[in-house]
Design a protein around this ligand. Structure first.
Ligand code: KMH
Ligand code: ZN
Length: 270
């Protein structure tokens, strides 16, 4: 089996220091969390950024400052900015980090309920526009899937020329779809040949879904964006603790962890 790519989703847009005091807000905190996660085995940093007070922002300048800080500390890590941002942001706001020509960025492939009255809106025109902008900039999309129909939409858009193969998917489970091995297997079996995938289990599902991915030949995403606990009732002191736990489990069952350059080869990044 190929090596395991671990993505660290270190910040997110919804989680706060009230949930876990180690959630990073400042440029320095984001740099420190990214570096520790990288040293623990993460080859991709999935990045949201904040103002110093924790307010989520998609500001190009703030992304640049955070990416520069991350690259100063770990020059070879893959930085994958979010184009999802936070619920309620405009498409123009959300697209800003793509202007920085990152290697990858997320492409959310559908609209979904996001708790309470919140709806995370991704219309067909939004998705096509985001895909076109990423193609122009040679940015590899990570296709964010919250529901099976989003896989089908991505395949349709691939056939229509909006998304290039090989496609890379991230299944975010425990928001809309259940985080079960049955559901994960259903998604994996729906992918075109040659695709790669990772899974992000939300909340208590984070580590179990990562373990399923390790065994099934996929890749794993962990981090504060999705979960702030190391184990039941125990807050993780850092994103690195979550990365370290998954890296250790993977090695113990005989699957080595990919470096950023090995991840680039697996994902077909230039
Ligand atoms: N924060 C969510 C509204 C992504 O990064 O592309 C969107 C999200 C997905 O986290
Ligand atoms: Zn995200």
């Amino acid at each position: 089996m190929e090596k395991l790519i671990i993505t660290a989703a270190i910040c997110g847009a919804e989680v706060t220091k009230e949930n876990n005091p180690s959630v990073p807000y400042t440029v320095e905190e984001i740099g420190r969390e990214a570096e520790a996660a990288y040293k623990a085995g993460a080859s991709i940093i999935h990045l949201h950024v904040r103002e110093d007070d924790g307010t989520p922002t998609q500001s190009k300048e703030r992304f640049k400052a955070c990416i520069d800080e991350i690259k100063k500390r770990c020059p070879d890590v893959i930085v994958q900015p979010s184009t999802g941002g936070a619920v309620g942001m405009t498409d123009e706001e959300r697209l800003q980090p793509v202007e920085l020509n990152p290697e990858m960025a997320t492409l959310d492939c559908g609209t979904l309920n996001f708790g309470g009255d919140e709806i995370f809106v991704n219309t067909e025109n939004t998705i096509k526009n985001f895909a076109n902008v990423m193609n122009e900039k040679n940015v590899k999309p990570e296709i964010e899937v919250f529901d099976k129909g989003m896989v089908d939409l991505a395949i349709r858009y691939h056939k229509q020329g909006f998304i290039k193969a090989p496609m890379h998917f991230d299944f975010v489970l425990g928001v809309q779809m259940d985080a079960t091995v049955r559901d994960l297997a259903y998604l994996v079996h729906s992918l075109p040949e040659g695709s790669t995938w990772t899974v992000a289990g939300v909340g208590r599902h984070e580590i179990p879904m990562a373990v399923a991915a390790i065994i099934m030949g996929g890749h794993a995403r962990v981090g504060f964006e999705d979960n702030v606990y190391l184990s039941k009732g125990v807050l993780a002191k850092s994103n690195a603790e979550l990365v370290e736990k998954v890296a250790r489990i993977s090695r113990e069952v005989g699957r080595e962890v990919a470096t950023p350059d090995e991840a680039r080869k697996i994902l077909g990044l230039k």
